[in-house]
Design a protein around this ligand. Structure first.
Ligand code: XMP
Length: 520
């Protein structure tokens, strides 16, 4: 994305680290605009006066592979502060006369960093004993410092873990301050941008909105755009943002699969068609989905059927709009990061994820993905800035296949109705007790097991409802939320007293791993 602006910025030169985007995110969180540029693309027409500081990222290369490590070496003469992180630290050392070698022992994971001397970069970073836990990931190391540099901190295996040339304002750190595993890592970036680069705050959701709108206008021109709207946060923000940019050139397609949360379809129509006056095609495909899912019990089959049906329906309706050239998607930055764990190992496929993004590849439409450099929390802020309601913006995540994966086994119309009502009671109780915002995701599921109960003087033989509520940062790992017993009893009573078909409520106390958040 070419933001094409004249804002003062921190320029991040990317050498291919999987954390480069995180550096940008942290700096933006601190209220300063940052831009990432590949080391191969650092052109000569870069607007230098806007660049108030440079960060050289980590990366998988070795500094002694000099053919591959190409970048504009004149940056060291620009007289602006430079911070090298991990590989970037090694680049600075090597370029300015130090030496880098393969380390005797690689250093991955947590390391204890010890302060040797005070330095602006590490102000308020260490504990009172001059120690801090930092996260390392490197197999090369600096073995000789460049001229004018001093050691600021070291670990047991890495003598030059933090180094500085305070006259030139060049800094090198071997660990990664941008990952949450490094305690207080943000302090390092804060010190660099504010105390060392002396840049002023200039980045907010408002800036972001204005720039994205400008960018969409410029890229799309007079063409038409379609957007698959699910009612979730990401597609809602995309729709509103694009509508702000190009108005009636946008048409949204909303497919009611019948597997949405209670009254969700009504809310989508009310918000987007009635309130925001966005062109919206509403497709009622409830029966279609139910028919295709008849007798299907296997979770993966369910997911595939739903994903494919969705594409088919979406394509059918999209074709009805003439002269469409673009498809808008709510792709976020985490969707683009290769699914690698922090240790670098490839994760195996657990479930075939489906969402309204990443859809019709066959349609030969160009993609508009305005959120692709943003993280979920940034998207939420942007949503509020776009005047979407808090209810939409702060809503818990909801999976593409919807309630289908919260009804293990066969799905029927009756089961879906029972589940929608139970889920609604649970979620409303969370809102009423001011717990909703403390929970990352909560839902009710309907288990395909009938058990015996007694209501009044009568025997009942009905389904079991499972409640799940988790805390998480990104959905990759999760812990269960601890409710008070009274709250659980209240919800359980309300569900059993109000919904015919459920006579037992259980709470899922497993974390992820070993369980997943959804049941299927
Ligand atoms: P799991 O069950 O994999 O869920 O632990 C992690 C997060 O992903 C959501 N989820 C999905 N989201 N399409 C989506 O858009 C899907 O197919 C899908 N499956 C799971 C889930 O709700 C949780 O937030």
């Amino acid at each position: 994305m070419d933001l094409n602006n004249n804002l003062n910025k921190i320029l991040i030169i990317d050498f291919g680290s999987q954390f480069t985007q995180l550096i940008a995110r942290r700096i933006r969180e601190l209220g300063v605009y940052s831009e990432i540029i590949s080391h191969k693309k650092l052109s000569s027409n870069l607007n230098k006066p806007d660049v108030k500081g440079i960060i050289l990222s980590g990366g998988p290369l070795n500094v002694y592979q000099s053919k591959k490590v190409k970048f504009r070496k004149d940056i060291f003469k620009w007289k602006i502060p430079i911070l090298g992180i991990c590989f970037g630290h090694q680049v600075i050392s090597k370029e300015l006369g130090g030496r880098v070698k393969k380390a005797k022992s690689r250093e991955f994971g947590l390391a204890k960093l010890k302060r040797i001397r005070e330095c602006k970069l590490t102000d308020n970073f260490f504990d009172k004993n001059g120690l801090n836990n930092v996260w390392m990931s490197h197999s090369d190391e600096v073995i000789k410092l460049a001229k004018g540099f001093k050691i600021v901190a070291k670990t047991e295996t890495s003598k030059f873990s933090v180094v500085e040339n305070s006259i030139k304002k060049f800094y090198g750190i071997q660990f990664h301050p941008e990952v949450t595993h490094t305690k207080n890592g943000k302090v390092i970036l804060k010190n660099f941008i504010f105390s060392i680069c002396r840049i002023k705050k200039n980045w907010s959701s408002k800036n972001q909105r204005l720039m994205l709108v400008k960018d969409i206008k410029k890229n799309v021109g007079k063409s038409k755009v379609i957007c698959a709207l699910s009612g979730g946060v990401d597609s809602s923000v995309v729709a509103k943002l694009i509508h702000n940019a190009i108005g009636k050139q946008l048409t949204c397609v909303f497919v009611n699969t019948g597997l949405l949360r209670k009254n969700e379809e009504k809310q989508v129509v009310k918000t987007f068609r009635k309130k925001f006056k966005i062109n919206l095609i509403y497709v009622d495909a409830k029966n279609f989905f139910l028919n295709k899912l008849k007798n299907v019990k296997d979770p993966e089959k369910k997911r595939k059927i739903i994903g494919n049906l969705f594409i088919k329906i979406f394509e059918k309706y999209a074709k009805k709009i003439k002269n469409v050239r673009y498809l808008a998607q709510g792709t976020l930055y985490p969707d683009l990061i290769e699914s690698k764990s922090v240790t670098g190992s490839q994760t195996s496929k657990i479930k075939s994820h489906h969402n309204v993004g990443g859809l019709p590849k066959k349609m030969k439409l160009k993609l508009v993905e305005p959120l692709k450099l943003l993280f979920k929390d940034e998207v939420r802020k942007l949503g509020l800035e776009l005047k979407l309601s808090k209810e939409i913006v702060l809503r818990h995540p909801f999976p593409g296949p919807g309630l289908a994966i919260r009804i293990p086994g066969e799905i029927t119309k009756d089961k879906v109705k029972i589940l929608k009502d139970a889920d609604d009671i649970f979620i409303n109780a969370l809102r009423d007790h001011n717990l909703y915002k403390d929970i990352w995701q909560a839902y009710a599921a309907l288990l395909p097991v009938k058990t015996v109960g007694v209501m009044g003087d009568n025997r009942t033989y009905e389904y079991m409802c499972l409640l799940r509520a988790i805390t998480s940062e990104d959905g990759m790992t999760a812990d269960t939320f601890n409710f008070k017993k009274e709250f659980m009893q209240l919800v359980s009573n309300k569900i059993i007293n109000n919904i015919k078909g459920i006579n037992r409520v259980v709470y899922d106390i497993t974390s992820k791993p070993p369980s997943t958040i959804e049941l299927e």
